[in-house]
Write a new protein. Structure first.
Length: 816
């Protein structure tokens, strides 16, 4: 086995550290480039192939940029609060502090073994008081600015984790973590008003260099919907209510209205004889997730309240029903049902024998099948007949508005962000409850509200902190009377919503971050991480950035200018890696065998970066052989250069050929590397090594030229195999460090070949191939083609009608 591997890794890691090669100086020369990988959760399973796939290739990209002259900032840290450590603690009795601290130590070591140029001096760990003090500060700023509030609300409750879940943590009606079916519970919770930024969050998506799919997912998640609110009066009562509709043009086709079971109006509108049935229905609805309730295929359920409402456009009386396909948390929690033109309403009306009145028909005329959900032309709508859907929407809203019975309205699917967690392992919410003064924010000078160590964290539905007397009991900051602390902790997504700012100023103990420093370094220029964060972390971080901007703490709009999602590395069986399937790949074992560079390079060569794929031992072996091969030839070159025999000074055909492949590699690595197309970049280097092997067979060599060729090659190899390249660089040049060298630029002239091969066709069939000078003009090519022996034979006795020359490729001779 060759001369690389862990010994070389360690040697250079030590040297890089000692010489502070990567130490970031914000005032250094070069355009700043903030490269950020999503920080990881310090889990017991340690650094896995997925982490490596995120961090290794991106580090290579950052190194390439450093060599191109950018002042690169690439910090690393740990997203250390959260459920897994707490669940682990519940299971094993090991305190989250202890397990987290240990896991961080191990992971730091593993990260160092990768040899990435992380700016460790800027590390942040979100579970330390030095960090969460400022997470609490962020909470207080939101509160001060009306962006945090408390409200009682039905929340998603996981009976197994014993905690509230955010909408985003409910997947197909089940808890994201444990897959237990999620139920509803009414609790008083803290919310962040992310909806206040819905419009900007939507609009600014178009300014971002983000994967299309992620942008589409955020758009859908924000879910802007333009429609109208229409007011319905309840018959024989002063009660009235609004519905939200995107199809106000169908108002004449309303045959009933439906309230969400949780809508408080339900109780008011339910008549005595319907009470029992409605109550029973409400209970049953609690067990259904929003997703099930909205499913198009599920059999519709519902119950009549006994009341009627009056359609404001035509005075018709329509029955008021309760149905769980109407969500309490969207629009007004009430729907005007138009079964002729809406699928769910149609299914509901069919089931309960409610009338179906057509009011829209196709613009093309003729019969349409119901439900007809397309836009069209109005029928059976009195004065609005003949108007198109678009025209009718305006006309009807205008008429309703005049009577104060309706108005245009924009709705968002986005809900406010529920940040309370009934959990121990998080940042305590800095609030004190006083009987006289109410909910009082902890004064900033008293931050952090420290998370106590000695806490009973076994779950019983109560916040673990509520069981810790010393924590709970305090005095009111306003009046000094005995008071109690808030016992919920913050969603960990609050911690990770602003960490990209803290990295820049991680040791500041006066403020969360210095505005000038942050404005200088942010937005993050390149952010890389998994696509699973599309609607949570990435949206929250955008919101917090905008909120802090509006408070004057920073001056940019978006935290992450450019975003890439790496693909997923699967087990050798093509399935997602998991311990239970026994198909996980342990990077440490491979690194011991091959060194960090081979491991990293295999990840870059074996997969398209944004796609990933199945791990292959053969794949990593072939990359190891490639690195061996590089070493063999670079050694051969060095020996030839040192020996100095059979030298020449001319640039002949062989030198030009090698120079071509070198420049071809420089061009490919520069251009593909920029786009994170690492696999094709490495393929260009392989082609170069083939060319080098050919050149080394030459009897006499231009050794000065060979030396510069090797130097250039080591430079472009360096980002991909940092330790190995540093070693080779040192052996060849005696200098340190290759990462302080400038990135080579390719010579376009070297890429123009002296001769090119041209195919000659006669009547479309290839008859010969000839070599011509690459700068030969059309006439010359034509003449050369016609002079070729095979062509002379093929055209003999025939009349040449036309000769078509496609420069650089082909001559076609048409004969009769
Ligand atoms: C009448 C109507 C007629 C509707 C028609 C559609 C088609 P988006 O696009 O998602 O905003 N809706 C309103 N509030 C609802 C709630 N809380 N739960 C469930 N459904 C609700 O959807 C808006 C449409 O969804 C609204 O327009 C309303 O049905 C329904 F031919 O009103 B529509
Ligand atoms: Zn008080």
């Amino acid at each position: 086995m060759s001369n690389y591997g862990t010994a070389i890794d360690k040697k250079w890691q030590k040297k890089w550290e000692e010489t502070e090669l990567y130490k970031f100086n914000p005032d250094a020369e070069g355009e700043k480039l903030y490269v950020l990988e999503m920080f990881s959760y310090p889990s017991g399973s340690q650094l896995h192939a997925g982490h490596w796939f995120n961090y290794g290739p991106v580090d290579s990209w950052a190194r390439l940029k450093k060599m191109q002259g950018y002042n690169v900032f690439q910090p690393m840290g740990f997203d250390a609060f959260g459920l897994p450590a707490e669940n682990f603690a519940i299971k094993t009795g090991i305190h989250p502090w202890d397990s987290t601290e240990k896991n961080i130590k191990t992971m730091e070591e593993q990260l160092r073994a990768m040899g990435a140029m992380f700016n460790w001096e800027n590390e942040v760990i979100t579970c330390t008081p030095e960090y969460y003090k400022w997470t609490q500060w962020v909470f207080l700023q939101l509160l001060k600015n009306g962006l945090a509030y408390r409200k009682k609300a039905p929340v998603n409750w996981c009976p197994s984790c014993n905690t509230v879940l955010a909408n985003e943590q409910v997947v197909d009606g089940a808890c994201e973590r444990c897959s237990t079916e999620v139920t509803k519970k009414d609790l008083t919770q803290w919310f962040f008003k992310i909806t206040e930024y819905a419009d900007e969050l939507l609009e600014k998506l178009d300014t971002l260099d983000w994967p299309e799919k992620t942008v589409a997912m955020q758009k859908h998640w924000i879910g802007k919907s333009t429609g109208a609110e229409v007011n319905f009066k309840v018959k024989d009562s002063d009660i009235n209510f609004n519905v939200f509709t995107t199809r106000v043009d169908t108002l004449n086709g309303v045959t009933y209205v439906v309230l969400a079971p949780e809508n408080p109006l339900v109780d008011e509108l339910t008549t005595a004889e319907n009470k029992a049935a409605v109550e029973e229905y409400k209970e049953a609805a609690k067990k259904q997730s929003d997703i099930e309730r909205q499913s198009l295929t599920r059999e519709k359920t519902g119950v009549f309240t006994g009341s009627y409402a009056i359609n404001p456009i035509n005075g018709k009386e329509v029955p008021v029903w309760v149905g769980d396909y109407v969500l309490a948390t969207y629009g007004t929690g009430a729907v005007m049902a138009v079964p002729a033109h809406d699928e769910r309403d149609y299914a509901f009306a069919t089931k309960f024998n409610l009338p179906i009145d057509q009011v829209i028909t196709s613009k093309k005329g003729g019969e349409v099948e119901l439900p007809y959900c397309e836009y069209g032309v109005l029928v059976n709508s009195g004065e609005f007949d003949g108007l198109t859907t678009e025209e009718a929407k305006e006309a009807i809203v205008e008429k309703l508005a005049k009577q104060g019975l309706g108005s245009a309205k924009v709705n968002y699917r986005l809900r406010d962000w529920l940040v309370s967690r009934q959990r121990y392992w998080g940042a305590p919410i800095p609030i004190i409850y006083c009987e006289d003064c109410g909910a009082v924010p902890v004064p900033e000078k008293d931050l952090p509200v420290e998370l106590p160590y000695n806490v009973e964290f076994a779950p019983d539905g109560k916040s673990p902190l509520a069981k810790c007397e010393e924590f709970v009991n305090t005095t009111c900051p306003c009046c000094g009377k005995p008071a109690k602390r808030e016992c919920d902790t913050l969603d960990t997504f609050v911690c990770s919503s602003w960490y990209q700012m803290r990295y820049v100023d991680n040791k500041n103990d006066k403020i969360a971050f210095d505005k000038e420093k942050v404005d200088k370094m942010l937005p993050v220029d390149k952010y890389v991480g998994g696509p699973e964060h599309a609607c949570m972390h990435l949206l929250y971080a955008r919101f917090i950035t905008k909120a802090l901007r509006d408070m004057g703490y920073l001056s940019f709009d978006e935290p992450f200018k450019s975003l890439t999602h790496q693909g997923l590395i699967l087990g050798p069986d093509g399935l997602k890696m998991s311990k239970s399937k026994g198909n996980t790949i342990s990077p440490d074992d491979y690194i011991k065998e091959y060194g960090a560079d081979v491991f990293r390079m295999y990840l870059m060569f074996g997969f398209a970066y944004t796609e990933g794929g199945a791990w292959s031992d053969d794949g990593i072996k072939s990359v190891a052989r490639f690195v061996d091969r590089i070493e063999r030839y670079l050694t051969m070159c060095r020996e030839a250069i040192e020996a100095g025999t059979n030298n020449k000074t001319t640039m002949d055909k062989a030198e030009k050929e090698l120079n071509f492949w070198l420049n071809n590699a420089i061009k490919g690595v520069t251009e593909d590397g920029e786009k994170m197309q690492f696999n094709t970049a490495i393929a260009r280097m392989m082609e170069f090594i083939n060319a080098l092997s050919k050149y080394m067979k030459e009897e006499t060599k231009n050794l000065d030229f060979l030396k510069t060729v090797c130097e250039s090659f080591i430079k472009i190899l360096a980002p991909f195999a940092p330790h190995f390249a540093e070693e080779q660089w040192s052996l060849l040049t005696g200098k340190y460090s290759v990462f302080n060298e400038a990135w080579p630029t390719f010579d376009a002239k070297a890429l123009v070949k002296d001769e090119i091969e041209i195919a000659i066709q006669v009547n479309g069939k290839i008859k010969a191939r000839i070599n011509v000078a690459s700068d030969l003009n059309e006439e010359g090519i034509k003449a050369a083609a016609l002079a070729d022996e095979a062509i002379v034979a093929a055209t003999e006795g025939k009349t040449i009608i036309k000769v078509i020359v496609i420069k650089g490729r082909l001559v076609n001779i048409v004969v009769k």
